[in-house]
Design a protein around this ligand. Structure first.
Ligand code: BTN
Length: 280
């Protein structure tokens, strides 16, 4: 097994991962990346940690992971696109992580709006969350100075430790029964990020691929935002990453941020390869 110190040996990227800041224990890798970016760190700079004491999730939640068990990683982007298009970076990184996990583990990974990587394993267990993405931007007069995309991937976490992290959490170890080398997985992730980012810069949006991979679409969902609960069908997504939810009364809601729960597991079918079949 190799460690993060050997990451450069595995990388063929030109930008992403060429500068890596590895810290055994940090508050949040997103905070470290933001501070580095404010001090001028280059696009493609990567922050990795073995442990976070104040890991953040979306909507003010904590992101918990036992020490050395997971990928806790933040990337610095300096895109030329306007803030309305930052969600493309989130889509791109979600797809890159899903592909890297599939390549390294053989698992089939789906996406759950807006930023979750999930495993749809069986009729009984429905879906479980494997990873999450948190994008934070520093915007100066419309032109972004930088965007930080943070990702947490549950890698070598024992099943018995998962309930303490989140009720719907899973890990690569729990799904495969095998230990996965984090350094190889990070290398595969950064390779995919760079490939997709180069495509984006030449005008190829990740939107269609992201949309196609969303297990949420066409399914009954429950969305919670600011304490309000909306139920309906996830009818579609828009290029800026919003979810279109149609309520039984016929109203179409455009949600930019919310917690979305897929249909109750009883309504979910899976094909055993990680694809949710409801409504597809
Ligand atoms: C979510 O699903 O709510 C997003 C989780 C994002 C967690 C990662 S771990 C690395 C980076 N640093 C943080 O504090 N958060 C992100």
């Amino acid at each position: 097994m190799i460690g993060y110190a050997d990451l450069s040996v595995l990388l063929t990227t030109r930008h992403f991962g060429r500068k890596v800041v590895f810290l055994p224990c940090v508050g949040s890798t997103n905070d470290v990346a933001r501070d580095l970016a404010r001090r001028g760190a280059a696009e493609g700079t990567v922050v990795l940690a073995d442990e976070q004491t104040s890991g953040r999730g979306r909507m003010g939640r904590r992101w918990l992971a036992p020490r050395c068990s997971s990928i806790l990683c933040s990337l610095i982007f300096r895109p030329s696109c306007p803030p309305e298009q930052f969600s493309l970076l989130t889509m791109l990184c979600s797809l890159a992580a899903a592909d890297a996990i599939e390549q390294q583990t053989g698992l089939r990974v789906a996406l759950k709006w807006p930023n979750d990587l999930i495993i749809c394993s069986s009729l009984e267990s429905g879906w479980r969350k494997l990873a999450g993405v948190l994008t934070e931007a520093d915007v100066f007069s419309e032109r972004p100075a930088f965007v930080i995309v943070g990702i947490g991937i549950n890698v070598n976490i024992f099943p018995r430790d998962l309930p303490a992290l989140a009720p719907d959490a899973t890990s690569i170890f729990a799904e495969t029964g095998r230990w996965t080398d984090r350094t190889h997985l990070v290398a595969a992730f950064l390779t995919e990020v760079e490939r997709r980012y180069e495509l984006l810069k030449t005008g190829h949006s990740p939107f269609a691929e992201w949309q196609a991979r969303l297990a949420t679409l066409g399914n009954p969902v429950q969305a919670t935002l600011a304490g309000e609960v909306l139920t309906g069908v996830a009818e579609g997504v828009t290029e800026d990453g919003a979810l279109l939810l149609r309520t039984p009364a016929g109203t179409l809601h455009r949600l930019l941020a919310a917690d979305v729960t897929l249909a109750p597991p009883a309504g979910v079918q899976a094909d055993g390869q990680g694809h949710c079949l409801v409504g597809r």
